[in-house]
Ligand binder design. Structure first.
Ligand code: NAP
Length: 237
């Protein structure tokens, strides 16, 4: 059952950045099925050339979006990196590597911050608008009881701080707008695949997308700046 996003003014544009990813693709599909926005755009590195490590590509995409002349009501940043051929989450401080840490910060924290720099100014000055960056519960320092995954945890904690800071600035010019970080839960994508369930049975991306959109639908300005989980509850920093 597609989510209806009735809390947003009618019309407008919804953007999903990282639409090639497991969760991002499912969010784009769910938004399209909801029919709640005049247009839904999915942006990715491979198709649109939007590379988080290249500010010019982010600025150029934002300029294209601004030129469409539609109110940007929803921006979801669904990008992220936990592992790839060259990078695995650290199990011990012995595996800490400066270049790998820098890469995790570049993709998980700095890239979304630069996206915020170029896309937050596109949010309308009145009416509900949401900028939501996907984060992770493991970025919560207060909830870190297991250790490990140094780079990913630290980069997501930095992302949470960057978005919280942006939410304070956003409030000054756009009091109806909301900027949050969201933990999607454990979701069956290539990002989580190597790590097993570890106590959390993964949900399929379409179910994860529906519950994230349900949280976004219920968001109110008083919650701007929070890190929320997939049920809408705030997580400790
Ligand atoms: N899956 C989970 O269980 C889980 C749990 C907690 C949090 N999260 C968070 O949820 C978000 C989405 O995760 P996912 O599971 O959907 O991961 P995914 O399937 O691996 O998707 C990651 C996305 O990030 C994009 N990306 C990576 N580097 C990029 C770059 N330099 N420039 C532009 N795009 C880049 C990828 O694009 P390309 O296709 O171009 O590489 C892809 O669209 C992430 O922030 C992740 O940390 C996921």
């Amino acid at each position: 059952m597609p989510n209806a996003m009735q809390s947003f003014p009618t019309g407008g544009l919804a953007l999903v950045i990282g639409a090639s990813g497991g969760i991002g693709h499912a969010i784009q599909q769910a938004l399209e099925q909801s029919g709640s926005f005049e247009q839904v755009m999915g942006l990715s590195r491979s198709v649109d050339g939007l590379d988080l490590t290249n500010e010019a590509s982010i600025a150029s995409t934002a300029s294209t979006v601004a030129g469409m002349g539609m109110p940007v009501r929803l921006v979801i940043v669904a990008t992220g990196l936990l592992h790839d051929g060259a990078m695995q989450p650290e199990k011990s401080w012995r595996q800490l590597d400066a270049d790998t840490l820098a890469r995790s910060f570049a993709i998980n924290a700095i890239g979304p911050a630069i996206v915020a720099k170029h896309f937050l100014p596109l949010l309308p000055r009145e009416g509900k608008a949401v900028f939501a960056a996907l984060s992770a519960k493991v970025g919560s320092i207060g909830d870190n009881h297991l250790g490990g995954w140094y780079g990913y945890r630290a980069a997501k904690a930095a992302l949470n701080q960057l978005m919280h800071t942006a939410s304070i600035e956003l409030r000054r010019t756009r009091p109806d707008a909301i900027c949050v970080t969201l933990h999607p839960g454990t979701v069956a994508t290539q990002l989580s695949a190597p790590f097993g369930a570890s106590g959390h049975e993964p949900v399929e991306p379409d179910a994860a997308a529906r519950r994230l959109l349900g949280v976004i639908e219920e968001l109110r300005p008083i919650q701007s700046g929070l890190l929320l989980d997939h049920t809408g509850l705030p997580l400790p920093w």
